[in-house]
Design a protein around this ligand. Structure first.
Ligand code: ZN
Length: 468
């Protein structure tokens, strides 16, 4: 072998050794690979589950994923940054990769307004906070962090949670006064007095929901001439600062001085109308005598007799709608409910509001004691409402089982004691004894110089002594 050939072989072998050594060294120092799937930074919402996107470990072509150990302490209930560590120990060497997980809170807090979302207040009034609270899914009750700002037509509520999520709420303010003031009169709403009496203004009061007591702004319109009889009306008007108006009226009825010179008989008939009423009206017509009927709510077919009595110039007085003492006298309210019913009925039939009333059983009745002091109250309240009540001073006792002759005697023997004679009789159904006594009573009166008249507002008021 030549020297040249020997050198060639040595060179070739040396190269092979270098290459083999390199390959061996390469294999020997090759590191295993850890591959993470998905993003290196994962963001999840609070309270949602963290799902591992996956990973793989290889050494050369060998799958060694099972050797990976994962370490993590993600608390999905807590906002924060967490590290997931993927550890691989291979051939006594540690290999590590990490992934970052951010748990975030992106839910805005909620502001709850107490009271209405739109609030109406007086134009001159300061807004009074109606209350609120604020809750955040993560921070809990953050009411104390709410900032409020009151503007002329709204209130702004602002809050931010610890993750800077913001919430703005608004309450609307409407400034207006939609309510009318109230005005009330002191003293009688309806007043009856005689010519040349002095009128005293009893006063009034006006209150407004926004302005308070505005009595001083009340305007009175109308005038009274106390030297002339007639019906006068005073109008009391009040306007609040928003232009809302309220008004009320007082009626003053000024009467001529009554003439007490001649002795007068006032025939009165209670508890009608009925078939008796018709016969009584016929007699009164023939005798040209005017009388007074204190009516109740009777059979509808007799309503035309109320109309006839009214048209023939008699007075229609109000007695009662139900005529049931026990329910009428239960209370002041019960009494006036009943009175209003008969009042409306009579007004509908005659076209006139009657102001003459007679209490069932008279003002001296004791049935009303079921409500203590009721008659005392009613005697005042009826007057305030513009009514005049009349009792009687001559009882015919025609509700008892007596003859016509006895009725005549009962009446005529009492006449002459008084200047004003108010005779109580009844025109309930089939009361023929009264019908039969009537003409004789009228005859007696005429023959003895009496005048017959109907009761009016000018008739001297005959009143019993109140016992309750
Ligand atoms: Zn009666």
């Amino acid at each position: 072998m030549s020297m040249k050939r020997k050198l060639k072989i040595i060179y070739f072998l040396t190269n092979i050794i270098i290459v083999l050594t390199t390959i061996i060294l390469c294999f020997y120092y090759k590191e295993p690979k850890i591959n993470l799937f998905g993003d290196k930074l994962v963001t999840i919402e609070l309270n949602t589950e963290y799902k591992e996107p996956g990973y793989k470990a290889t050494y050369l072509t060998k799958d060694i994923t099972h050797l990976i150990e994962i370490e993590q302490n993600i608390d999905t209930k807590k906002v924060g940054i967490y590290i997931v560590t993927y550890k691989l120990n291979y051939k006594n060497k540690d290999y590590v990769k990490t992934r970052t997980v951010k748990v975030i809170d992106s839910t805005s807090p909620v502001i709850n307004l107490l009271g209405s979302g739109t609030i109406e207040i007086c134009p001159n009034q300061n807004y009074n906070e109606q209350g609120f609270n604020a809750f955040d899914e993560y921070d809990g009750d953050i009411t104390s962090k709410v900032e409020t700002q009151v503007e002329n037509d709204s209130v702004q509520y602002y809050v931010e949670d610890s993750s800077n999520n913001k919430t703005l709420q608004e309450r609307k303010i409407i400034r207006k006064d939609a309510d009318n003031p109230t005005i009330s009169l002191k003293g009688y709403q309806n007043l009856t007095m005689y010519v040349n009496d002095t009128y005293f203004e009893a006063g009034y009061e006006a209150i407004d929901n926004c302005d308070g007591d505005i009595t001083n702004n009340v305007e009175i319109n109308g005038s009274i001439d106390t030297t002339k009889s007639g019906k006068y009306t005073l109008t009391y008007t009040i306007k609040d600062s928003s232009g809302n108006i309220a008004s009320t009226t007082r009626t003053i009825n000024i009467l001529e001085e009554p003439n007490f010179d001649q002795k007068t008989i006032y025939l009165t008939f209670d508890d009608g109308p009925s078939n008796t009423t018709e016969k009584i009206l016929d007699i009164l017509k023939e005798e040209n005598v005017k009388a007074t009927f204190f009516v109740i709510n009777a059979d509808i077919k007799y309503d035309k007799l109320i109309k006839r009595a009214h048209d023939e110039g008699h007075t229609i007085g109000l007695h009662s709608y139900s005529h049931k003492y026990k329910s009428i006298y239960k209370s002041e309210e019960a009494y006036f409910n009943d009175l209003n019913l008969i009042s409306k009925k009579v007004e509908k039939i005659t076209g006139e509001k009657s102001t003459i009333i007679r209490f069932p059983g008279g003002s001296s009745n004791t049935i009303s004691k079921i409500s203590r002091g009721l008659m005392t109250k009613l005697s005042i309240k009826t007057k305030e409402k513009g009514y005049i009540y009349f009792d009687w001073n001559i009882a015919s006792s025609d509700t008892t089982r007596i003859s016509s002759n006895k009725i005549i005697k009962n009446v005529t023997k009492q006449l002459g004691i008084y200047q004003t004679n108010v005779v109580l009789m009844h025109d309930f159904k089939n009361n023929n004894k009264t019908v039969n006594a009537l003409r004789d009573i009228i005859q007696y009166g005429k023959e003895n110089g009496y005048k017959f008249d109907k009761i009016t507002e000018m008739t001297p008021q005959i009143k019993h002594k109140i016992k309750n």
